[in-house]
Design a protein around this ligand. Structure first.
Ligand code: GLU
Length: 384
């Protein structure tokens, strides 16, 4: 069997409640410790690991000795409040013994779906990774109300994975992959190791069932696969209920791999290029045009004029001096700030804004350049 983890550098591991919490005995310590060892080994290999962990509600209701059965919204919020502390402490314990720091990140739906907040969350998570900490992420169940929440961590994990351009998302759950039919109900169900495209047949196979502890059934996992793969992230569904679950994937235990449609940056650029509603316009000098076509970020120094009223994270159009559109991108500044920093060198930005600011007005990963719009033979390009 091939090592399914081979070559992946940034991996989001989603851990379902039923793996973490036993209804009778509480946290599954031995399993968690084995997961901690797996993560430490992967980090030691130079990979970046993020954990999206469920279990706050399941753990909290156990700690608070709440009755079995469905919870009212405020009860599950209270359970999550208590359970989340225990959950974070557990990750700290299992990772700090390997010298790994942990950062807790609690997200609500708006943090991944509203662009300004999305950029903020992305910056925080990327900084944690740059600082070599393992982000441990969950939905902020204590404040999320039923109308504005994910409710399942499968889709949350998929959005997080695409947000930070992870190359792999692993859903560890109580099933070892996708079957042609629910394996418990149909003895003829066969396991599907690889999904290249999510077709209506695949949707049909997923059905809708979930287990008692976790919210997502196979359906939310396929939704997650659709989010992940369409943004360039591969996804694996496998059973996590064995010790050393990452090692199990590497040695080829049963799993389903959903293959990404594209690579993440290319996919985002395509999404940006397809944005119809650009709220602002930036005019740039010839040096900046050269830099953009050469794949560099747009620095403030090259911006000669800013038009329109926009917020950080909005899509803006970039024009050259001859008013030809050369790129579209997600702007890193609100329009009033963009006007202030236009034309400034990076070292001058701090003094004008009163805070450090960003050197790039549009980061190259957030920009789709149309080289065809530029009269500039590639041979002349320098990497400015
Ligand atoms: N966010 C929920 C929790 O931590 C879990 C959601 C899910 O099971 O997917 O309890």
């Amino acid at each position: 069997m091939t090592d399914l983890l081979h070559g992946y550098r940034r991996i989001v591991i989603k851990i379902g409640s039923s793996l973490l919490v036993d209804r009778e005995r509480g946290l599954k310590r031995t399993w968690l410790e084995s997961l901690g060892e797996d993560i430490a080994r992967l980090v030691g290999e130079g990979r970046e690991i993020l954990v999206v962990s469920s279990g706050a509600i399941a753990l909290g209701r156990k700690i608070l000795r709440m009755d079995p059965g469905p919870l009212r919204l405020e009860e599950s919020q209270a359970a999550a409040s208590v359970g989340q502390i225990a959950l974070s402490r557990t990750y700290l314990e299992i990772l700090s013994r390997h010298g790994i720091e942990v950062g807790q990140v609690l997200l609500t739906l708006g943090d991944t779906e509203e662009r300004r907040r999305y950029l903020n969350a992305r910056a925080t998570i990327s900084t944690l990774l740059a600082l070599k900490a393992v982000p441990v992420i969950n939905e902020n169940d204590t404040v999320a109300t039923s109308e504005i929440r994910y409710g399942d961590n499968d889709r949350l994990a998929a959005r997080v994975a695409t947000m930070i351009d992870a190359d792999l998302l692993i859903l560890l759950s109580d099933v070892d992959g996708l079957y042609t039919a629910p394996p418990l109900l149909d003895p003829n169900a066969s396991h599907i190791p690889l999904v290249e495209h999510i077709t209506p047949e695949i949707d049909k196979m997923a059905g809708s069932a979930g287990s008692e502890l976790s919210r997502g059934g196979m359906k939310t996992k396929i939704d997650a696969a659709r989010i992940a793969t369409s943004a360039g992230t591969d996804m694996i569904i496998t059973a996590g209920n064995r010790l050393y679950p990452m090692a199990a994937i590497e040695r080829g235990e049963r799993a389903t791999l959903f293959r990404a449609v594209d690579n993440p940056v290319a996919a985002r650029k395509r999404w940006i290029a397809g944005q119809l509603h650009a709220t602002g316009r930036l005019f740039v000098d010839a040096g900046a045009v050269k830099a953009l076509v050469g794949g560099m970020s747009l620095l403030s120094a090259g911006v000669t004029r800013v038009e329109g009223d926009f917020r950080r994270g909005d899509t803006v159009t970039v024009f050259d001096a001859a008013r030809r559109e050369i790129a579209r991108g997600l702007i890193a500044y609100d329009s009033d700030e963009a006007r202030l920093v236009a034309g400034l060198r990076s070292s001058e930005i701090g003094a004008v804004l009163g805070y450090e600011g960003r050197a790039a007005m549009i980061h190259r990963d957030d920009m789709a350049v149309d080289p065809g719009a530029v009269d500039m033979p590639g041979a002349q390009l320098t990497s400015a």
